[in-house]
Design a protein around this ligand. Sequence first.
Ligand SMILES: [Zn+2]
Ligand SMILES: [Zn+2]
Length: 409
Amino acid sequence: MHLFASLPLTLLLLLLPLLAFAAEDYYKILGLDKGADDRQLKKAYRTLSKKYHPDKNPDDETASQKFVEIAEAYDTLTDAETRKIYDQYGHEGVKQHKQGGGRPGGGDPFDLFSRFFGGGGHFGHGQRRGPDMEVRIHVPLRNFYTGADHDFKIEKQVICEKCEGSGSEDGHRDTCHKCNGQGMIIQKHQLMPGIFQQMQMQCDVCGGKGSTIKHKCKTCGGARVVRSEEQFDLAIEKGMPKGARLTYENEGDESPDWVAGDLVVHLHERDPELGADDSERTDGTFFRRKGLHLFWREVISLREAWMGDWTRNLTHLDGHIVQLSRKAGEVVQPGHVEIIEGEGMPIWRHEGNGPSHGSLHVEYVVVLPDQMDKNMQKDFRGVWEKWRKKSGVDLHKDSGRPDPTHDEL
Ligand SMILES: [Zn+2]
Ligand SMILES: [Zn+2]
């Protein structure tokens, strides 16, 4: 409240617009509005600091600058006191508060980063790297056809936010009294009189960490990490192959001791099922995919197969209609496969000329009537006899097998 008290009012009025231009708004840097809560702040910091980390943007000055700004913005807004000052007096207010013996500045942005992600604040070489995490996600075939955006959640190990990975309630760690901070102890065994074996062992008091905690963090119980369910965005691209791998860099299990490995998602096709809503109940459920091509089985009646004169509307995976038809007199043989170009799977990341889709293979299955009454039999037989004599095919002669030379009896 005393910040600008010493400045003449006119000077203050001149100064304010200047200050507004000098540095960008902290909320804007984090992409948040003024009402953002702690969780949103943390989430924004996590996403942005990783995106603009200098290790990921080598030789990019703008990114480095952004990385520092993001750390500064988060550091200011995450503290209730400095946030209040910032909301009221802006950048200059915070600066004066810090100079005036308030909370010391955030200091090293890499330090802040390591509290979130471990690994000493760097992704660089020489850092220990945690294991990659692999998950399988099954999505319906229609998602591979149209492309889709989904959310998914996985449970993973994250650095405890409460103690920022220290494991300590008060942030304080004591040097281990047994190993003096070495994490290792030397044990002497007597093998024979006068002959000793020296063995280096992990310190059993501190578990090799070199330090102990008096007041353990209540959230993680001193483990420094907790299990947490995290949400990710799953962007399925049109025509992605089955088993496609999507890598989420450094989103594997976190630990203060390492740089998080990657989260790798394997995209698989969900078994066909009849869904609950209309879009899922389309014929699309019955398409099968083989690489670029789609396969479909169409059932037609004997009359249709034989006489033609029919039309079918096939609802494709995205809801568009593919029409199948035969003119009167066009015969379809059972098992016949009709290939329709351009109605298969979209070609993944297709560019330029050339076909953009594979083909659709329609296999015809002919169903014979399961009933035939006496008169019907007579009628059909009459028709058949008439036409067999005229233009029937002799199946035996056609088969090329030798004639039977004599009767058995
Ligand atoms: Zn903790
Ligand atoms: Zn120890």
